[in-house]
Design a protein around this ligand. Sequence first.
Ligand SMILES: [Ca+2]
Ligand SMILES: [Ca+2]
Length: 177
Amino acid sequence: MWATMRQLPFLVAVMMGLVQCNDQVEGAGHCPDLFTDVEGTCYYFSSDMGIEATWNDSLAACKELGDGLGHMNVGLAELGTSSCGCATPDIKLMETVSAKGAHVWLGASDANHDGIWIWQESQQQLHLENSMWDNIEPNGGTDENCLIATVWSGYHNRPLLNDYPCTYTWSYVCQLF
Ligand SMILES: [Ca+2]
Ligand SMILES: [Ca+2]
């Protein structure tokens, strides 16, 4: 009887949705609504919503998504910043982009210094010897300063990186950092 009485507040809290089950916190549901878990990181794919934008507007849209989530840190997706320091999460992300079939903006630019590609959120450098660049890319000089992953150049079921004019409109991937 006493055990039942002590459990009552907990049971009421569960019924009111105030207590989350562990699998909601740690399982596939740990990402915010509209975000997808890829190898433990949460991404938003604008192609799911049929949304395209310029690179700058894509970056702003990611920030707005984060603001709408109680000022969480959301920006255009980056490669090479996984906690494991391995390539697997990047490849899984690219395979997901490939499956969705839309070119996407990612979060690096060389607008400040042509040929020096900097990820916006981490301020890490995307090196030109990265194997995810497409053949002959980057090739646009100062006319192409924003990073896109193009599905037309798919290799082993993943898109490859290309520098592109920032004012084109494409889908984009936001990442919860
Ligand atoms: Ca450039
Ligand atoms: Ca290019």
